[in-house]
Design a protein around this ligand. Structure first.
Ligand SMILES: Cc1cc2nc3c(=O)[nH]c(=O)nc-3n(C[C@H](O)[C@H](O)[C@H](O)COP(=O)(O)OP(=O)(O)OC[C@H]3O[C@@H](n4cnc5c(N)ncnc54)[C@H](O)[C@@H]3O)c2cc1C
Length: 443
């Protein structure tokens, strides 16, 4: 008998867990197909350590074929959904379109960097949402320090040694923390820069860094960063970005060659064309079972889904890896239940277990189960949590950390940055589309 096909769109935290749960528990009864542009899932929380040159990018890339042997991986980017015929359209890495039929669909395509309509922001700032962007940023930072060393003009030298991070959520805060330590090490090692220091600005429009976290964690992060010399500017963002610097919302011009854009994320825009109901900020509207309203057989989970937060009535779950991972497991069981393979569907309910924020060096802020920690203890908890959470490559990551503790940081560029500017979307070029019917693959 033909097994029902469950198609999962996206191999992030939610999609990966859904595929793993389905293939491990119900693999004999269902065909699990995972559509993702790459053959790996990225463990995003360690991205700042990749940008800082601490962790090898391959080590935060979890091989889908090695870790999910029972799952059929379709390399591709989904471009459309037709609920009437129960098919999705995708483009493979060689720009060939294909279609895929499903009995059940889980939409888990995650989120993308939210770009605000600020003059020059897209062109002159770096995004920070994937491995290419982290590697570009690392190359760019190293190159700025090297160019500063040979700049005769003091203003140019100062601008090359000035780094502006816009947005102080966990990615912005961690990038500022890790980046500042990297540039400090690079400057110390360069005799031409004796007496110089990098200037780092962390801009946050609200009243605190890490707005989504508890006050003790925010205070720890602000204290650690400020003591290190990072200028934390609250109530401030930028009005304009240009090749020579940024104009802050208070009117000050800051000469800088590096602007990192981390003001938040929005659901992947591909779902705008799916015709599914949406809620807050364009996330796919689902019920507490993660089923899409009025669309039998279609579910959504993770950053892309507006899942009701039953622990905070009236609100939806925040876009975090912690929720996406658990939603992936629950949605898998609910899909299995809809096929008669597993009891009854159960609602998604998860109380936040705390956050961890790596502040570079031996510092971190963490509040596991609500217990506020800082310093080395928080660092140990933070690293332990990441090792526990990543589904593969643990010994490799541990080795990276040990080597970084005992050896000087490698400071050569990879040669990825060739132009003077690195626009927000450089690392994510649009795929060329070929819609000619002759090249359509139907699975
Ligand atoms: C730098 C950084 C640090 C973070 N740190 C933390 C942290 O410490 N703790 C925490 O809880 N959260 C953290 N987060 C947030 C967390 O990573 C996200 O909430 C989580 O990744 C969401 O999981 P997801 O499965 O919904 O989406 P994602 O993990 O974004 O995965 C989406 C997947 O879908 C794929 N995809 C996208 N479009 C398509 C398409 N059209 N077709 C097919 N596939 C597609 C993508 O390639 C990707 O594989 C961090 C995020 C960043 C960027």
């Amino acid at each position: 008998m033909k097994r029902p096909r469950i198609v999962i769109l996206g191999a992030g935290f939610a999609g990966f867990q859904a595929a793993r749960t389905l293939s491990r528990t119900y693999g004999d009864a269902v065909e699990v197909v995972l559509v993702n542009p790459t053959d790996f899932a990225v463990y995003l929380p360690l991205l700042p350590e990749v940008a800082a040159g601490i962790v090898d990018p391959r080590h935060i890339s979890v091989s889908i074929t090695a870790t999910l042997p029972g799952v059929r991986l379709v390399l591709g980017t989904v471009t459309g959904l037709d609920p009437k015929t129960a098919t999705v359209e995708y483009i493979d890495p060689e720009a060939r379109p294909g279609t895929l039929g499903y009995d059940r669909l889980i939409v888990a395509v995650g989120s993308v960097t939210k770009v605000l309509p600020i003059e020059g922001a897209t062109r002159h700032s770096h995004g920070f949402k994937g491995i290419p962007e982290a590697l570009y940023l690392r190359d760019h930072m190293i190159r700025q320090v090297e160019l500063a060393a040979v700049a005769d003009d003091p203003a140019e030298r100062a601008a090359r040694l000035t780094f502006v991070v816009v947005g102080a959520g966990y990615s912005g805060t961690e990038v500022a923390a890790a980046g500042q330590l990297l540039t400090r090490a690079l400057i110390r090692r360069n005799p031409l820069l004796r007496g110089e220091r990098a200037r780092w600005l962390l801009l946050q429009l609200g009243d605190h860094v890490l707005p989504e976290m508890r006050p003790r964690m925010r205070a720890t992060a602000e204290r650690v960063l400020t003591r290190r010399g990072v200028e934390v500017r609250l109530g401030t963002s930028i009005n304009r970005a240009a090749s020579e610097g940024v104009t802050l919302t208070d009117g000050e011009f800051v000469g800088a060659r590096t602007v990192v854009w981390t003001t938040g994320v929005r659901p992947d825009p591909v779902v705008d064309g799916f015709g599914l109901p949406t809620a807050a900020g364009g996330r796919v509207a689902v019920d507490e079972y993660m089923a899409v309203r009025d669309h039998p057989g279609i579910y959504a989970a993770g950053d892309v889904a507006a899942v009701p937060d039953l622990t905070r009535p009236g609100q939806i779950t925040p876009m975090t890896g912690q929720h996406a991972t658990r939603q992936g497991k629950v949605v898998a069981r609910n899909v299995a239940a809809s096929l008669g393979l597993h009891g009854r569907a159960r609602p998604y309910r998860h109380r936040n277990l705390g956050f961890v924020v790596d502040l570079g060096g031996w510092k971190a802020a963490a509040d596991p189960l609500g217990v506020p920690l800082s310093g080395v203890l928080a660092k140990a908890v933070t690293r332990g949590y990441h090792l526990w959470s990543i589904p593969a490559n643990r010994p490799r990551i541990l080795t990276d950390w040990v080597l970084d503790a005992v050896l000087p940081r490698l400071s050569v560029q990879l040669g990825l940055v060739r132009s003077g500017a690195v626009p927000l979307d450089t690392a994510d070029p649009e795929l060329p589309y070929d819609h000619s019917p002759a090249s359509v693959t139907t699975l």
